[in-house]
Design a binder for this molecule. Structure first.
Ligand SMILES: Cc1cc2nc3c(=O)[nH]c(=O)nc-3n(C[C@H](O)[C@H](O)[C@H](O)COP(=O)(O)OP(=O)(O)OC[C@H]3O[C@@H](n4cnc5c(N)ncnc54)[C@H](O)[C@@H]3O)c2cc1C
Length: 402
């Protein structure tokens, strides 16, 4: 067992790592450093119920304050870690303090990708990653008329759904030819585009934004060679992993800090978990995941390894998105060339798309279809082979398919 563990980044992965370290018997000193002025909180509600104003801020926090006291975890919030000296095993914070470690966990998450076009710094242009971002965006929904969403990914579409409830006109600009293209298959993209169109959202697909216009504040979006009036914009064009500390200290990285099956970096005393990492998935592909499941499960595995009980990370990735009355749940990773099997009718707003790879269930996308998601996730974990016609037959309950 190490004597001193330091965790950099106070988010989803960090909260889990603290819980697992103490549960696994680590009784040495534990310090958590976070640059936000908050204890770890959950981000998924930010673009959903917290933005809608139906979820209290206090409920965002992953653990009560007493958890950190009981876990004897020293917390330093509102201060960023600036550098790591691997030879002396010390972390230096921006305020000059130094913390020594035996094992270090990097749980630095990711940050929003900034749009770099003329006018991008005009007031009225927002991003969504943190509590502070929502606290800046939500009040504008009460005073604005026309929201432009730049990027038709899941965050952009969740915000579009909330904005429609506030009564704003919403236009989505998406550079690709379909929505949520990085995360879901075409049938799911097509379904969600129709749902949003039916709710009054206007889409400009295959349309990159060329600039923002306005005198002193946002007045229009420049896209496809035209100006589109808009008084508030939400940019959701992806995230970038926070790898700078890893890079500066010479750890192996590249679009994410490289970790092995125990969430260990190229330095055996430094581990990493969550959005900031890149690892080999179950099928061997080198992937970077941006989801709660990965943050929690990698944190558990990193904590186990730091506590001297290494265990291989092989969990099935899962993810969800809430838009209007629809819960989308995805398990596994979809790939080009998968055989897709539809189950149920999209018109019923309750259906699923299964993905088979070499005959085995590899992924499921389920809309308002919890049994399909839960059983699908189990089948993926088992590498089960199921005949497509059985999966497609809604007369056979999912529990019987399992
Ligand atoms: C609006 C929104 C909605 C989402 N919805 C979903 C969803 O529905 N389902 C889902 O599965 N996932 C969702 N996600 C993704 C999910 O929240 C992330 O995958 C998860 O938070 C990653 O956890 P993490 O611990 O890796 O990083 P984070 O939770 O981002 O925590 C990292 C922390 O480290 C801090 N940090 C960075 N550098 C330093 C430094 N040098 N010193 C100190 N601190 C530092 C960061 O500021 C941050 O506070 C959503 C994300 C957002 C933003």
């Amino acid at each position: 067992m190490p004597e001193k563990i330091v965790i950099i980044g106070a988010g989803q992965a960090a909260a889990q790592a603290i819980a697992t370290l103490r549960a696994e018997g680590f009784d040495g000193s534990l310090t958590l450093v976070g640059d936000e002025p908050f204890a770890p909180y959950q981000r998924p509600p930010l673009s959903k119920t917290y933005l809608a104003g139906t979820f209290e801020r206090d409920r965002l926090f992953l653990k009560p304050d007493a958890f950190y006291t009981e876990a004897k975890c020293t917390t330093i919030f509102g201060v960023a870690a600036q550098s790591i000296d691997r030879s002396t095993k010390k972390v230096t914070l921006v305020d000059g303090r130094t913390l020594s470690y035996d094992k270090l966990l990097l749980a630095t998450g990711s940050r929003v990708r900034l749009i770099r076009v003329p006018g991008a710094d005009l007031p009225g242009i927002h991003y969504l990653r943190s509590i502070a971002d929502v606290d800046g965006l939500r009040p504008t929904f009460k005073t604005s008329k026309h929201l432009a969403v730049i990027g038709g990914g899941y965050i952009g579409l969740e915000v579009a759904a909330v904005a429609r409830k506030y009564g704003l006109a919403v236009t989505v600009f998406e550079a690709l030819d379909r929505v949520m293209a990085r995360a879901v298959s075409k049938p799911i993209s097509d379904f969600y585009e129709k749902v949003h169109r039916d709710a009054g959202v206007v889409f400009h697909l295959n349309t990159g934004v060329e600039g923002f216009e306005g005198k002193g504040k946002l007045e229009a979006i420049r896209a496809g060679g035209k100006s589109w009036p808009s008084d508030v914009a939400l940019v959701g064009i992806g995230i970038m992993p926070n790898c700078e500390l890893a890079k500066a200290s010479g750890l192996t990285f590249g679009d994410g800090i490289h970790v092995n099956e125990f969430c260990q970096t190229s330095d055996p005393d430094i581990f990493a978990a969550g959005d900031c990492t890149r690892h080999h998935g179950r099928d061997g592909a080198h992937i970077r995941l941006e989801c709660v499941q990965n943050a929690i499960d990698q944190a558990k595995h990193a904590a186990l390894a730091m506590a001297g009980k290494p265990s291989t990370y092989r969990e099935v990735p899962w993810f969800w998105s809430d838009q209007y009355d629809l819960k989308l749940q995805i398990a596994g990773l979809i790939r080009e060339g998968d055989q897709t099997v539809a189950r149920g009718d999209p018109a019923s707003r309750k259906f699923a798309v299964f993905h088979l790879r070499n005959g085995a269930v590899a992924a499921v996308e389920a809309v308002n279809a919890a049994p399909e998601y839960l059983v699908g996730r189990k089948l993926i974990g088992e590498g089960a082979h199921v005949a497509p016609e059985r999966l497609a037959d809604t007369a056979i309950p999912m529990k019987n398919i399992a």
